[in-house]
Write a protein that binds this ligand. Structure first.
Ligand SMILES: C[S@@+](CC[C@H](N)C(=O)[O-])C[C@H]1O[C@@H](n2cnc3c(N)ncnc32)[C@H](O)[C@@H]1O
Length: 350
């Protein structure tokens, strides 16, 4: 194996991508991975009408007042979002992905008032928050440490610090179902004052240092990342070969000046239409077979299912589409330390 990268994973070399040069045990794993990836093609049935469907919803949708305020502030850059993107929020992005890929299970990390978790139209949904909202009262670390079930769609919006966001993303990728999608919120800050950790006093729209975790994900060869312009900037992550990986010495050393210069590389921003085309790219049946593809994130996880959440009545806002908050499920509970309100600023208003 070649040297270790900052991801803690071995760098693939040209020779290592040849399956026949691998030890027999590894070569067998590679063969299994190849079969798994070609199997993904048949799983990959994207609904071509999903974008039109959600655009129509968005056109009659009352834009999130806070999101429109957020995007209308003068900023030196990053202001290219379209009318439809300003109307789309995280919930509608989730509705779009659900329709596009026929997703059935959903995990949200960080739920607070359930303003998203209560509205996403999934019967099988798990919301994790140590303080408020959702239906599992745990920190994300405690939840991921005990959970092995898989999810089609994961939305990360918990603690807004770079290493925690990167760890949440890595753990979520481990649980992601084949053809699943990971979303990470708050990754496109417009101002340095809102991209600090910890949260500065009086900060209203706080993104923290989540953007650094996205830059970190962009260095992985076996995940593909794009950032949508809507809401507070939502990264969309798919388990497939990275179409344009970047190299970074250490994501934690990145500064705001780096972000101003390189945000396009760090985030790979895409308009809604380009994102739709990007999502239409099928998983590569023969991805580059570097050792990174053999990390546990790709191991098939045994499936653990929580007690089913009863079907929810239709929402008054979106009949037949969105649902009101569901009650706390009695899944598992944190110890007293986990339940104590976090000293972190993440529980505060953005
Ligand atoms: C920005 S709010 C979530 C907003 C919500 N996702 C939405 O769309 O309306 C962040 C939430 O993350 C929770 N949080 C903070 N640290 C966390 C952790 N380690 N694990 C899980 N959730 C955490 C906070 O309690 C807070 O409720």
């Amino acid at each position: 194996m070649e040297g270790e990268s900052e991801n803690g994973l071995s760098e693939p070399s040209t020779s290592e991508v040849q399956a026949e040069e691998l030890p027999r045990e590894l070569a067998e794993k590679v063969d299994k991975l190849k079969q798994k990836c070609s199997g993904l093609n048949s799983l990959y049935e994207a609904d071509p009408s999903a974008l039109e469907y959600v655009k129509e919803l968005a056109s009659g949708y009352f834009p999130l007042e806070e999101a429109s305020t957020y995007w209308s502030r003068p900023s030196a850059f990053l202001r290219e979002s379209s009318e439809i993107e300003r109307r789309m929020d995280r919930t509608l992005l989730i509705v779009y992905l659900k329709k596009k890929f026929g997703y059935e299970s959903f995990l949200e990390i960080g739920c607070r008032t359930d303003s998203n978790f209560g509205r996403v139209p999934f019967v099988d949904k798990v919301g994790v928050d140590p303080v408020a909202g959702g239906n599992v009262r745990l920190t994300s670390d405690a939840f991921f440490a005990t959970t092995t079930r898989s999810f089609d769609l994961v939305f990360i919006d918990g603690h807004h610090e770079a290493t925690q966001a990167a760890r949440d993303a890595a753990n979520a990728l481990r649980l992601l179902a084949p053809n699943g999608t990971l979303l990470v919120h708050d990754c496109k800050p417009l101002f340095e004052s809102e991209a600090q950790y910890p949260m500065p006093a009086g900060c209203v729209y706080w993104n923290g240092t989540v953007w650094k975790a996205i830059a970190h994900l962009r260095t992985f060869v076996d995940v593909d990342v794009a950032t949508s312009n809507l809401d507070w900037g939502i990264a969309v992550v798919r388990k497939r070969p990275n179409s344009n990986p970047i190299h970074l010495p250490n994501y934690l050393d990145l500064t705001w000046a780096d972000y101003e210069r390189n945000w396009v590389d760090y985030l790979n921003p895409l308009s809604l239409d380009d994102l739709d085309a990007w999502l239409n790219k099928p998983p590569d049946p023969e991805p580059p077979l570097g050792p990174r593809l053999l990390v546990p994130a790709y191991a098939a996880a045994p499936c653990w299912l929580p007690p089913p959440v009863p079907p929810l009545p239709p929402s008054p806002y979106f009949p037949g589409v969105l649902a009101p908050p569901c009650p706390l499920a009695t899944l598992s509970f944190a110890n007293a330390a986990d339940l104590a309100p976090a000293a972190s600023p993440s529980a505060a208003t953005k």
